[in-house]
Design a protein around this ligand. Structure first.
Ligand SMILES: [Zn+2]
Length: 331
């Protein structure tokens, strides 16, 4: 039986777990207050009690994010970056290759979530939404699969993009052992009620030399420390777990993975929207409403201040790539 999360840490089993925040759904203004607990030993933050799946479903709007066709300027530019910097390019004369790299150099970080090319590679994106990321990988030659609980976004990915997208939870998909080269979870691991079991299922369906790539909000970033329960990426009650680089490492190690690469991103929307939540919570509604009208400028200001945020601490989002731990890969 799973230990009571309010008295025992999900990751390190410490009994020193303390109530930290009573948060509300600030994004969609759903009803209720939600309690987050922090482990004093490892720092993991957990929502407890977690509402039932049925109760939580009312907090998830199932919207479709339309995907631009591969012939659009933006998609063609992304493809150029993938070809020049991520190993997807055809052989070219050295001079042409250098010229293209000079043009696409400033854009190379746009595709930091794209895995290196694998001949005949199979990829699974868990929580794939409307399928934009998967469609891009399919265009690069990957055999692409998705898992998505939202019927509208799943339907769009299947119907409009022709993708293979499974319904519901990963465990119910029954993929064969060692089937995928890469499994991705972008902003998904913090939503699932039992991330250890999801990662262990990923370990089963991943090839021994495969990689898992994921992103998750970083509870150790300066924005979280300053804005606390008004931190935009807390996203109560949709986020059940909030990780730091330390606790996400612990989670992966307990699932049989070793992190091979970890990097941070600084998104201007996180401090900008956290500030709006903070003003509203503090009763400064007029100031908040004025800033909402200038939200584009506010986000631009935050984007310009990214170098300062880098000085203040870690980024708001952790990105990582992990491989099976040597003992697991050889098992
Ligand atoms: Zn702990």
């Amino acid at each position: 039986m799973q230990a009571d999360r309010s008295s025992c840490c999900y990751l390190c089993n410490s009994r020193d777990v303390r109530e930290l925040w009573h948060a509300t759904d600030k994004k969609f203004r759903g009803p209720g207050k939600f309690t987050y607990w922090r482990c004093s030993r490892c720092g993991l933050l957990v929502l407890h009690p977690r509402p039932t799946d049925e109760a939580l479903s009312q907090y998830y709007p199932d919207y479709v994010t339309p995907v631009q066709p591969s012939s659009s300027f933006r998609q063609r530019l992304k493809r150029m970056v993938a070809e020049d910097w991520y190993g997807y390019g055809a052989d070219r004369a050295a001079f042409i290759g250098l010229l293209r790299k000079a043009v696409t150099f400033p854009l190379r970080r746009l595709l930091h979530q794209v895995p290196r090319k694998r001949q005949g590679g199979r990829v699974l994106d868990i929580g794939c939404g409307s399928g934009g990321y998967l469609a891009f990988l399919a265009n690069l030659g990957w055999t692409s699969y998705g898992v998505e609980p939202g019927p509208n976004s799943r339907g769009y990915a299947q119907r409009e993009l022709g993708l293979t997208v499974h319904q519901g939870q990963l465990a119910a998909c029954n993929f064969p052992d060692q089937w995928f080269d890469v499994v991705t979870m972008w902003h998904t691991i913090e939503h699932v009620p039992d991330p250890l079991s999801v990662l262990r299922e990923i370990r089963r369906i991943l090839k021994p030399d495969g990689a898992v790539m994921l992103s998750t909000p970083n509870i150790d970033c300066a924005d979280a420390v300053f804005f606390q329960d008004c931190w935009y990426a807390l996203d109560a009650p949709r986020h059940c777990f909030l990780f730091s680089s330390r606790t996400i490492r612990l989670l992966l190690e307990q699932s049989g993975f070793t992190i091979s690469r970890l990097w941070y991103q600084y998104h201007p929307t996180v401090p900008a929207r956290s500030l709006l939540y903070w003003l509203e919570e503090g009763g400064m509604t007029r100031t908040r409403n004025t800033l909402v009208r200038w939200s584009r400028s506010l986000e631009l200001g935050m984007a310009i201040s990214t170098p300062l945020r880098r000085l203040l601490g870690q980024g708001d989002t952790i990105y990582l790539e992990a491989r099976m731990s040597p003992s697991e890969a050889g098992a």
